[in-house]
Ligand binder design. Structure first.
Ligand code: C2O
Ligand code: CU
Ligand code: CU
Length: 465
């Protein structure tokens, strides 16, 4: 589409931000400096948690999603800072964060995490990729160099003048100011790496794509127009044990998939990356959100394709014992303005901390989704494995708090059987995940990664002691 240029925010003047490439066990320090303007260009009237009034400048804090990072560098939502932050304490317009990188090769992403306005800051452009490399992966002879590319997929809407459009909440009859958060946002235009419906000229060979769904709320089910499958080699937190052929790749916000696409028999063809996930009962329109991008296989082979897809990638060891289990529900309640809000286990952000795992212990969390929506649930610091999903009787649960299971346990999809940090919890299902808390103690968060839910009110602190 021909539109005038769009103002966005970014990191070092780039949207998406520059891609980090780091090596396992090689720590880095990053100085994050807030140079955002005085005022947001997206509609905020009054946001939750009152911070707008006390601090009118745009606040931000950066979180490395999937990073195994001490809490002081994790980007706690309330650790935000502004351009001219003048509060008692050592913080000014910048923060020095340390990323130890003691973790396996994986595709992480960094993004804004400021309390109550994350949806607007990420929408404005504050996100980028962070790729961890390690020796095991380097030995695998996967497609590399120019044949290894990140694909950050985000939906946006634009006004006729080219500016980013994000809806403001319709005015309510109450006189009291109410939070500006809308229930969820779906854009009508798809961006890949910051470009609207782009194409990529490719050679007839294997490519590796590190796909990230960086959208506010949209879930995708990707497929290729020539019917070829994706060969998925990795999940959120690193390589699968073995490659998996995936004809339809579903990714909720914040989920990542590391995939290989083989164009070697496609010379001269154009292959479309499509999406056919139904959003709120509506099919994706092939003219808009049903189309993501094109691969034009019209380049000559620059050299032979010597990459391979090994049958064995990396070990994903199972946990052998459980120290503790918790049952945590996803539910809805009316807020004090009479609006429906989503909650984690019926708690507000400001309620006392209820999840206090012990350092080094393993836990199984049963996420009981009594709402009508899919929620991508994310925990900071830890990687987890999905054990299973099982349907339950929602009405009985709502009335009596009893879980009556109504069907067999379903094992996770083949391409979910690796390390994850974000899991789709579907309505009417108990989703069980397992993790070991650590290696750092301290204060972290867990939340739904639909950004409108995260901002209001589906986020909770948790504390590792
Ligand atoms: Cu993508 Cu709390 O993070
Ligand atoms: Cu995170
Ligand atoms: Cu949610």
């Amino acid at each position: 589409r021909d539109l005038p240029p769009t103002k966005v925010w970014g990191y070092n003047g780039q949207y998406p931000g520059p891609t980090f490439h780091v090596w396992k066990h090689h720590p880095i320090h990053v100085l994050w400096k807030n140079d955002l303007p005085e005022r947001h260009f997206l509609p905020i009237d009054t946001t939750v948690h009152g911070a707008e009034k006390s601090q009118p400048e745009v606040r931000t804090v950066v979180h490395l999603h999937g990073g195994v990072t001490p809490d002081t560098s994790d980007g706690y939502p309330e650790a935000w800072f502004t351009r001219h932050f003048k509060k008692a304490g050592p913080y000014f317009s910048h923060r020095m964060y340390t990323y130890p990188n003691h973790q396996d090769a994986s595709n992480l992403w960094y993004h804004d995490h400021a309390m109550g306005i994350t949806r607007l800051n990420i929408y404005a452009g504050l996100s980028g990729m962070y790729i961890v490399h390690d020796e095991n992966e380097a030995r695998l002879n996967l497609p590399c160099g120019p044949f290894d590319l990140p694909l950050i997929i985000q939906d946006r809407s634009f006004r006729a003048d080219g500016s980013l459009f994000y809806p403001s909440r319709p005015a309510q009859p109450q006189t009291a100011p109410t939070p500006s958060v809308i229930p969820d946002f779906y854009g009508d235009t798809i961006l890949v790496n910051g470009k609207v419906w782009p194409y990529l000229n490719v050679e007839p060979r294997k490519y590796r794509f590190r796909v990230l769904n960086g959208s506010n709320a949209r879930i995708y089910s990707f497929s290729l127009s020539n019917g070829a499958p994706f060969i998925q080699i990795g999940t959120d937190q690193g390589l699968l044990e073995t490659p998996v052929r995936v004809p339809a790749l579903v990714l909720a916000p914040a989920e990542r998939a590391d995939v290989i696409i083989d164009f070697s028999t496609c010379y001269g063809k154009t292959i479309i990356l499509e999406n056919d996930f139904e959003t709120k009962g509506e099919k994706a329109d092939p003219e808009t959100t049903g189309t993501i991008m094109q691969f034009r296989v019209n380049e000559k082979l620059s050299c032979g394709d010597h990459s391979s897809i090994p049958g064995w990638l990396a070990p994903v060891p199972k946990f052998t014992h459980v120290d503790r289990t918790r049952s945590l529900k996803l539910n809805m309640r009316k807020d004090s303005y009479g609006r429906n809000i989503h909650l984690l286990d019926d708690h507000l952000w400001s309620d006392p901390v209820t999840e206090v795992p012990k350092l080094g212990q393993t836990e199984v969390w049963s996420i009981v989704n009594e709402t009508e929506a899919i929620h991508p649930i994310h925990l900071h610091l830890v990687r987890f494995q999905i054990l299973d999903r099982q349907p339950f009787d929602v009405d009985v649960f709502k009335q009596e708090g009893k879980i009556i299971l109504t069907g067999p346990r379903a094992a996770p999809d083949l391409n979910e059987r690796g390390w994850k940090d974000t899991v789709r919890s579907r309505p009417g299902e108990v989703t069980r995940i397992m993790m070991r808390f650590g290696p750092y103690p301290g204060l972290f968060v867990w939340h739904c990664h639909i950004l409108e839910h995260e901002d209001y009110e589906m986020m909770r602190p948790y504390f590792i002691r």
